[in-house]
Design a protein. Structure first.
Length: 407
């Protein structure tokens, strides 16, 4: 039974069970029947994508699939997608997947009718080109609760030569519709559920701590932290219950209790999708040191962005706690912690790492002290730490990474 709702903020959001089935009618309203569906290689091999493409065809559309995306988004993937878009005479773009697929999809839509190089549209570039040409209608369908890119006005695309992540930005990149359908996330593996969920949490936390005055972002961030606290562990346990070994299934069942219904699973998955979207909405205020470190890890060791944020958050928050202790009280209250203070909030982050099977130190994920200087170099170049609640020096980055790598 479909139980989706529609609201705007300002993106039109369709959230709830079977919301994705509305896509054919949404595109027909835009007089578009030939969408390019952009997804990643891993997802493309699963029945989910085949079923999605058939649903589009049954709805009277003629979709084309582009799935040459793997790992962190890079410029060559965008260029290849634009070529497929033009050759297939597509007239709209559907992004289906996590942050990588959605970021590439939005950038393909931008570059389909704009001249020059992708990086000519980098945020803040002094001689950048204006985004003043046609951008086809975009519908972004999240299959993970992590980046919230489905409601963002930018994409993060890496330069394959320098490994530096660049932000491609224009308000016109905001998708026409964001689809949050929990049925598409029910079969996510536990490890992806954990990494993407911690990514969403890192956006909410860093947005709330970021410098500047933005009460709307602050309110959204605190509500999102509460939603993650209520739902992320349950999502992880449902994933283990479905796909784990017998020991994992038994542990998951014990934590979930008596209610193992699909209705509960759909509810917590839907809540995490909305919390993820809220994180992306809130971080228009800014991010911080965690993300500069995570972007550096993607560049140096190609670590999954969500996993990097998940490992780094407690270490980065110990650095930040001295600057804005009152903000940690509010975050602890939002997470339902007693007593509500920075120590309890950081302890909760570490507890989440243990409960979600995420390493507590980078050394457990293959990062060594040999990587340290490169990690510091790329983190310093990243702009996210400029909105951190306190300044981050080269020596600060070196200390954070050293502590995060561990013995």
């Amino acid at each position: 039974m479909s139980t989706w709702l529609r609201y705007n903020f300002p993106t039109a959001v369709l959230s709830g069970v079977d919301a994705s089935k509305e896509i054919p009618s949404l595109l027909k309203e835009e007089a578009c029947t030939s969408p390019l569906v952009v997804t990643d290689r891993g997802l493309a091999s699963l029945p989910l994508v085949a079923d999605f493409m058939q649903m589009l065809r049954d709805g009277g559309l003629q979709p084309t699939l582009f799935s040459e995306i793997g790992g962190n988004p890079v410029k060559s993937q965008v260029n290849a997608g634009v070529e497929v878009y033009l050759q297939s005479n597509s007239n709209s773009v559907i992004g289906l997947g996590g942050g990588a697929a959605i970021d590439v999809a939005k950038t393909i839509a931008l570059m389909a009718h704009h001249p020059g190089d992708v990086f000519d549209y980098e945020d803040g570039k002094p001689d950048g080109l204006p985004a003043d040409q046609h951008i086809p209608p975009m519908i972004m369908v999240a299959t993970t609760a992590g980046t919230g890119s489905e409601v963002g006005r930018s994409s993060v695309i890496s330069d394959e030569k320098t490994k530096v992540k660049k932000i491609i930005f224009t308000p016109r990149m905001m998708p026409n519709y964001a689809i949050l359908d929990p049925t598409l996330t029910l079969n996510l593996p536990a490890s992806i559920t954990a990494a993407t969920g911690l990514d969403a949490l890192s956006h909410l936390v860093e947005a709330y701590l970021a410098k500047g005055h933005h009460p709307m972002s602050d309110g959204i961030a605190l509500k999102g932290i509460s939603m993650v606290a209520n739902s992320l562990r349950d999502c992880y346990d449902f994933a283990r219950l479905q796909l784990g070994d017998e020991t994992a299934k038994a542990a998951a069942k014990a934590r979930l209790g008596d209610d193992l219904s699909e209705a509960r699973h759909l509810r917590v998955r839907g809540e995490m999708l909305e919390a993820s979207m809220m994180g992306a909405t809130a971080f228009q205020k800014g991010l911080g040191v965690t993300h500069s470190c995570a972007h550096s890890l993607s560049a140096v060791v190609d670590m999954h962005h969500g996993l990097a944020n998940g490992i780094l958050m407690p270490h980065a928050m110990r650095f930040n706690a001295k600057a804005v202790p009152d903000r940690f009280v509010s975050m602890a209250q939002a997470a339902g912690l007693t007593p509500a203070n920075h120590e309890e909030f950081i302890n909760w982050l570490v507890l989440l790492q243990h409960e979600l099977g995420v390493p507590t130190h980078l050394g457990q994920a293959g990062v060594t002290m040999e990587h340290l200087e490169d990690l510091v170099k790329y983190a310093l170049q990243d702009g996210c730490h400029l909105s951190n609640p306190c300044p981050v020096s080269e020596s600060d980055f070196r200390q954070i990474f050293t502590e995060a790598i561990g013995a």
